[in-house]
Design a binder for this molecule. Structure first.
Ligand code: NDP
Ligand SMILES: O=C1O[C@H](COP(=O)(O)O)[C@@H](O)[C@H](O)[C@H]1O
Length: 458
């Protein structure tokens, strides 16, 4: 731990991200690493006072059983400042108030965060200021380029953290261990031995009152353009020499630069759908279009699927399909690597001929390698067996890993400027085809597996 930040200012302190994910991660980090000391300031446009804010912090901390003198000290000293994040005067006041080296965490809707960055360019910023921006970074490729240019005028690139909390998930660290700490998988990790790769993140959660943000984003921008492309990059990248910031981020960037929509045809390579009324776990859910704050004419998708190709020797001909959706009947969150079928099964063996599959599951993290083995009764009758292993949950929550990087000035887990633009470049043809109505918006009942005729992945 070489902490470089003295005061963490969260803009958007009254929002969902702050209370549900950031504050619990801070509580856990301080419980796990009690030598850390920093001041926390919460800020948003809401009329809160210090006591109300402390209550929010304490409630979030209690969800992770945060305790110890460092936690108590932070709780006692944390303050709330009402501010408009897009006002230069308010931001100047906030930063002027911060002790030592500050970090600004933009837990704000993306358009508001972009305006806040422009406002920061109108006055002198404190030495060492760190900026942490949430995904989605910008709202399209052009705006991401503009936002990068604005940020580059404010602070050096290594003080900019474009947060993608999936990069802090133990599931992503597990890919690195399984792939690069064994000599049995990496030689098979290419188009000669792998038929397809699917990354699936189906949630049972629905809109959860987030229309203000989600209705302008949808499943493609919310999950695929950011998180799932990052996961795919780690699955597909060349083995890096180290896990240092430059090696890791270069390796991801190279693979993303080679990625494009399968066959350059977004119409056949993508699908979108929106949930209709239904039921999940005995709870009735209204149609997405009827949720509070949703404008149905925007045709925002709540389930998206895109197939990509990676133009490298290693991945020629291998489809990578990324899928994510809300209000689905079951939580299915996994990366599935389907190997090519055996070249020749000796005549005399019968039964299942399915290719081997490696499944890496997100939280709780586990893996299973599904293979064909001889049957227990008849040795000539093949059966399916699964070799499984559980991974530990990791010492820190994903946001704890991310915050640790921010507080210690290590950008390894953050998305680099060029990569943020690349991710928009990859999905842009799909966004355009959808906007032009060239891919129909289908429907699925909440609580189902998605539209009936969609092929099962993995
Ligand atoms: N929620 C989640 O699960 C996740 C969210 N994210 C990202 O985090 C970001 C925030 O999302 P989320 O917390 O869900 O959104 P919310 O709408 O719940 O919260 C947004 C926050 O921003 C504040 N805000 C909006 N405009 C201003 C302004 N001009 N000045 C000051 N404060 C302002 C709001 O305050 P007020 O209510 O007073 O307007 C509120 O505190 C998004 O980019 C999202 O993609 C990323 C991962 C997960
Ligand atoms: O960034 C987001 O991620 C969550 C899913 O991540 P999890 O770690 O909470 O499972 C998703 O629900 C949300 O819509 C999205 O903004």
């Amino acid at each position: 731990m070489t902490q470089s930040v003295d005061t963490l200012v969260i803009l958007g302190a009254s929002g969902d991200l702050t209370s549900r994910l950031l504050l619990p991660a801070i509580g856990q980090l301080l419980t796990d690493q009690p030598k850390r000391t920093f001041t926390l300031i919460g800020s948003s446009s809401d009329d809160l006072d210090d006591d109300a804010w402390r209550k929010i912090v304490a409630t979030s901390f209690s969800t992770v059983d945060a305790k110890g003198p460092t936690v108590d000290k932070l709780l006692k000293e944390t303050r709330y400042v009402k501010a408009d994040a897009t006002s230069a005067d308010d931001l100047k006041g906030l930063l002027g108030d911060a002790k030592g080296v500050p970090a600004l965490y933009f837990a704000l809707p993306p358009a508001v965060a972009a305006k806040a960055c422009e406002a920061l360019g109108t006055f002198d910023l404190p030495e060492g200021l760190t900026l942490a921006l949430e995904k989605p970074f910008g709202t399209d490729r052009e705006s991401a380029i503009r936002l990068n240019a604005t940020l580059a005028k404010l602070v050096p690139e290594d003080q900019i953290h474009r947060v993608d909390h999936f990069l802090g998930r133990s599931s992503v660290f597990n890919i690195l261990g399984v792939r690069f700490a064994n000599s049995i998988l990496e030689p098979l990790w290419d188009g000669l031995h792998i038929e397809r790769v699917d990354v699936i993140y189906d949630e049972t959660l629905a809109l959860e009152g987030r229309a203000r943000y989600y209705d302008g984003a949808g499943a493609l921008m919310d999950m695929i353009q950011s998180h799932l492309l990052q996961v795919m990059a780690v699955l597909a990248m060349e083995p890096p020499s180290t896990l240092g910031e430059a090696d890791l981020r270069d390796a991801k960037e190279i693979v993303l630069r080679a990625t494009r929509v399968w066959g350059d045809d977004p119409v056949t390579a993508s699908r979108r759908a929106r949930y209709a009324a239904g039921e999940i776990d005995g709870k009735k859910l209204p149609a997405y279009a009827d949720e509070k704050g949703v404008d149905p004419s925007r045709e925002t998708e709540t389930l998206a699927e895109v197939t990509l190709q990676i133009d490298t020797w290693r991945w020629k001909g291998v489809p990578f399909t990324l899928r994510s959706g809300k209000a689905l009947g079951g939580r299915r969150r996994e990366m599935v690597i389907t190997f090519t079928p055996a070249e020749h099964i000796p005549t005399g063996l019968k039964g299942t001929m399915e290719p081997a599959k490696l499944r890496l599951l997100f939280a709780p993290d586990s893996m299973s390698l599904e293979i064909n083995i001889n049957g227990s009764d008849d040795p000539f009758e093949l059966e399916r067996a699964s070799l499984t292993a559980d991974f530990g949950p990791g010492a820190l929550l994903a946001y704890g890993e991310v915050l640790e990087g921010i507080l210690d000035g290590d950008p390894s887990l953050s998305v680099r400027a060029d990569t943020a633009v690349e991710c928009w470049r990859i999905v842009e043809p799909v966004l355009t085809a959808w906007r032009e109505g060239r891919v129909p918006l289908e429907e699925y009942p909440a609580g189902s597996e998605g539209p009936k005729d969609w092929k099962q992945l993995g």
